[in-house]
Design a protein. Structure first.
Length: 115
């Protein structure tokens, strides 16, 4: 339900800013079909895609009503926790630090999984 409500909110904001999915996709450096699938709740964006979309719309995570404490996702619990950690950053430096640490942790997970 959270995924779908996020997509619905994103669609409302996009339309309020008089943007088509194609225009938002171009601004965010994403694929139009991907934007469509996010809006319909098929996909939940990766953190990178999420930040690009929010930047393109000049918004924060809170502006779209995304409560990361209750995100349900087909993604790994690591991904969901990573979003929560990144969202808790209070400065650009802190965000960069967390992001670097999470990238290192993901590399370790991939090595353990044999990827």
């Amino acid at each position: 339900m959270v995924r779908n409500s996020f997509g619905q909110k994103l669609k409302q904001i996009r339309k309020a800013k008089n943007l088509t999915q194609a225009q938002l996709a171009e601004l965010a450096g994403a694929n139009e079909k991907h934007i469509s699938k996010i809006e319909t709740g098929v996909y939940f964006p990766t953190y990178t895609t999420l930040t690009k979309i929010l930047k393109a719309l000049d918004l924060s995570i809170e502006d779209v009503g995304l409560n990361l404490e209750h995100v349900t996702s087909k993604d790994s619990p690591f991904y969901t926790k990573a979003l929560q950690i990144l969202n808790s950053a209070t400065s650009e430096q802190e965000l960069e630090y967390y992001y670097g640490q999470l990238k290192q942790a993901q590399k370790g997970i991939d090595i353990l999984k044999g990827d």
